[in-house]
Ligand binder design. Structure first.
Ligand SMILES: Cc1cc2nc3c(=O)[nH]c(=O)nc-3n(C[C@H](O)[C@H](O)[C@H](O)COP(=O)(O)OP(=O)(O)OC[C@H]3O[C@@H](n4cnc5c(N)ncnc54)[C@H](O)[C@@H]3O)c2cc1C
Length: 346
């Protein structure tokens, strides 16, 4: 009986910045490539969580909005032939050792592939919630964990809770457009040093360390934020029509936890040289993986994607070159091969 399975060389689970770069690179290496993502849109956390936030630490862009970065990443990611299956959560991974194949089962379909690169970010991610009275009540009515558009903050009094990169970047992004921006944080800032210096030099009002939100109040919409100094007990009340809570995210591996992968603290353990997991033929890159001294950044994730793709290539064809050289060499070689094929057909 004919084999009706449509087998790809590599299937990438997750179409965030890392999965997109993996797709571009795999296509450049001539691999038949598919991206599967549970969301309906490509871009991962950048689109789902912070499309309007500036990113300052990706190579080549001194400052770029996350949604603009994603537009480029999608164009590049799909430029070498990758296909996408969106709105599909991968629920099961089955390995057929004899055939050196994998079957990925989603909520909608099954996908056959020779290798898998898991770029699933933090899995299903949830913002950490602030439990102070009133906060849950005003979620969606002034209280935000996700920010989809900036216009709602124009000429408003905005309070930002938190002291990591996200909180600091939001404060710097909103300062020029909001009426006032106040940051409330209970500890020292954990953001990049330059961002903290910019924040301290800005007009943003800073209450840290040892400041915590006590409660929020309003009628139909948020109106004021009450907070205090946790050591002295000194209380403050400030007007606020909008509040962004950026105190971190917690990841949940979800179905990935059941696939026999070695897991350490909600992340998949990989060999830092090959990016291979404990399952041969299954690789990982980006926020989902861990190894000693791992940094959860776009810049490091895309570098991991290159290693994962190159090693996946050699896994499929041990005679393939691990290091294909620069993109110019590869693209020129591909163009020459295409031209030769075209003239042979004539
Ligand atoms: C608020 C905030 C600000 C940040 N700012 C910066 C910054 O300025 N600079 C920087 O370098 N980094 C920043 N980061 C971190 C950066 O966003 C991550 O490092 C990056 O998104 C990781 O990319 P990724 O492709 O590995 O994962 P993600 O972007 O998380 O994408 C993973 C994708 O996998 C999909 N997925 C998960 N599980 C499944 C499944 N079972 N089936 C199908 N699809 C699945 C998800 O839907 C998602 O689309 C920030 C993060 C946050 C939360």
């Amino acid at each position: 009986m004919a084999d009706t399975r449509d087998i790809y060389d590599v299937t990438i689970i997750g179409g965030g910045p890392v999965g997109l770069f993996a797709a571009f690179y795999a296509g450049m290496r001539g691999m038949r490539t598919k991206i599967v993502d549970s969301l309906d849109e490509l871009g991962g956390q950048l689109i789902a969580v912070y499309p309007e936030k500036y990113i300052y630490d990706v190579a080549g862009f001194p400052k770029i909005l996350a949604k603009d970065y994603v537009a480029g990443a999608v164009e590049q990611g799909l430029s070498t032939g990758a296909v996408t299956a969106l709105g599909e959560e991968v629920r099961a991974l089955e390995r057929f050792e004899d055939e050196r194949l994998f079957r990925l089962v989603t909520n909608k379909a099954e996908h056959w592939t020779r290798t898998v690169i898991i770029c699933a970010g933090v899995g299903a991610f949830e913002p950490k919630r602030l439990t102070a009275p009133g906060v849950a009540e005003f979620e969606g009515r002034g209280v935000h964990y996700f920010v989809r558009g900036l216009d709602q903050f124009r000429d408003k009094d905005v309070v930002i809770v938190g002291g990591g990169d996200s909180a600091v970047d939001w404060a710097l992004t909103l300062e020029p457009m909001a009426r006032s921006v106040t940051v409330i944080h209970r500890s020292k800032f954990r953001a990049h040093e330059k961002s903290v210096r910019d924040l301290e030099a800005s007009s943003v009002k800073l209450h840290y360390p040892f400041y915590e939100v006590l409660e929020v109040r309003g009628n139909h919409h948020l109106e004021e934020v009450h907070f205090h100094h946790t050591r002295t007990g000194e209380r403050h009340v400030i007007p606020a029509q909008e509040m962004i809570i950026a105190i971190g995210f917690s990841g949940r591996l979800g179905p990935l936890a059941e696939w026999g992968l070695e897991i350490e603290r909600n992340s998949i353990v990989v060999d830092p040289i090959t990016m291979e997991t404990n399952i041969p033929g299954v690789f990982g890159a980006g926020d989902i993986v861990t190894y000693p001294a791992k940094f959860k950044l776009i810049a490091t994730g895309v570098a991991e994607a290159v290693s994962a793709v190159n090693h996946a290539m050699v896994y499929i064809d041990p005679s393939a070159r691990l290091d294909p050289g620069h993109s110019t060499n590869i693209m020129e070689k591909k163009a020459r091969a295409a031209a030769a094929a075209a003239s042979a057909e004539e």
